[in-house]
Design a protein around this ligand. Structure first.
Ligand code: G3I
Length: 370
């Protein structure tokens, strides 16, 4: 998502939702659990979802029972916070570097590579027996200035792109579960985004990028990833058509990543499950790759309860579709969310609050995964 162009477009689908009785029960259970945990009356999550060998089951444990993963994004500066890294290392089984593998970080000068931030996260994940979603090889945002500050011929840019993909995917070969090979390639109306890559190379840059990534790391699952494609509609239809064409051409595409940066004020994507299913039917995996549910601040009890419902509904939609392989929250705590810096007056988007305490959304996730 471009930090400059998304305010008015993210989650723009507006939908009326009905409240099922179980939501009320969940809300009460979540609120009660929060109170009891905070008061030290019960032992926290274990009391909600059981224990294994005396240890509370984590979101990852619960997801694994469904053959899914449950992940979090993280970023290098946060890794100096021990309370944060303790939860990051224990609750999740998949990690996505929020910035450390992006082009500006990994190839700050042409042909000069810096893997330090990505490596730090990969090494931490490995130490915690977690897998890694590589993010991202080709994106129009957070590019180094050497790449954006001059004109390239198609031949030159193709060589630059190929070199970057080969270098990065080779460096992380065998160390990442998947790659978001191309990120955010389409506009809201389903036309191609006019990025430096599209304008110079045409739409074929996507198939090329997938082929090069596959050559460099044949075992990584290769994804296209975008926001505002949770519901069916022009943008998600564009991915459906592109995926169909790429599969027909034998291009190595394994999955579609639905970022799921939702906002309470724009409505829930009620066609999420149907959308996940149609990609499955093309023989593709899907994943919810960057989940958060932001709200206009201040957060009220009602908004926080609605947010919990949405986290639960998204999880249930993923579990209902066999090839929806996992869910990743875009960091797990409001302490390190990207949202307040980009959407003024919005936030409180994640399942843990700024003090790393679980919110009703966390208990709703557990409920959905049970
Ligand atoms: O590295 C500089 C640092 O030197 C400087 O002091 C600081 C001052 O603001 O900025 C730092 O750069 C920031 C960078 O993150 C690294 O922390 C940028 O300002 C900031 O805009 C950038 O935000 C990232 C954003 O992508 C950029 O679009 C967020 O952390 C990151 O979570 C976010 O992630 C994207 C996904 O990659 C794609 N999908 C949407 C998602 C949310 O925007």
């Amino acid at each position: 998502m471009s930090t400059t162009s998304t305010t008015s477009t993210i989650g723009s689908e507006s939908t009326t939702r009905t409240t099922r009785p179980s939501r009320t029960r969940l809300r009460l259970a979540g609120a009660l659990a929060t109170v009891l945990v905070a008061a030290g009356v019960v032992g926290g999550p274990a009391a909600q979802a059981g224990e294994q060998h005396g240890k509370p089951l984590t979101l990852a444990d619960l997801a694994q029972r469904h053959g899914r993963y449950f992940g979090s994004a993280t970023d290098n500066p946060e890794l100096t916070d021990p309370a944060y890294t303790a939860l990051l290392g224990s609750e999740f089984d998949m990690i996505t570097p929020g910035n450390g593998m992006k082009w500006y970080a990994t190839e700050p000068q042409q042909g000069v590579f810096d893997w330090s931030n990505g490596d730090e996260i990969v090494n931490l994940a490995r130490a915690n027996h977690q897998k890694v979603r590589g993010h991202t090889l080709v994106w129009h945002n957070q590019l180094p200035s050497w790449l954006t500050s001059r004109e390239w011929t198609a031949d030159e840019l193709r060589a630059v792109l190929k070199n970057h993909i080969f270098a990065e995917a080779r460096h992380y070969r065998g160390k990442v579960y998947s790659w978001d090979v191309v990120n955010e390639a389409f506009n809201e109306d389903g036309t191609y985004r006019e990025t430096i890559f599209y304008k110079t190379l045409g739409p074929g840059y996507i198939a090329d990028a997938l082929r090069w990534a596959h050559q460099a790391d044949p075992h990584a699952k290769l994804y296209l990833n975008d926001y505002n494609i949770e519901a069916t509609g022009p943008k998600s239809d564009a991915y459906y058509q592109l995926a169909k064409d790429l599969k027909a051409q034998g291009v190595p595409l394994d999955g579609i990543g639905l970022q799921a940066h939702l906002a309470l004020q724009y409505g829930y994507p009620t066609t999420l499950e149907e959308n996940l299913r149609r990609f499955s039917q093309l023989g593709l995996d899907t994943a919810l790759t960057e989940v958060d549910v932001r709200m206009l601040l201040p957060a009220t009890e009602e908004k926080v309860a609605q947010q919990a419902d949405w986290y639960r509904d998204m999880t249930e939609a993923c579990l209902a579709v066999r090839r929806c392989v996992g869910i990743t929250v875009w960091d797990y705590t409001d302490k390190y969310s990207w949202i307040p810096a980009v959407f003024t007056g919005e936030g409180a988007a994640l399942p843990w609050d700024e003090q790393l305490q679980p919110k009703p959304a966390y208990f709703a996730l557990r409920e959905a995964l049970k």
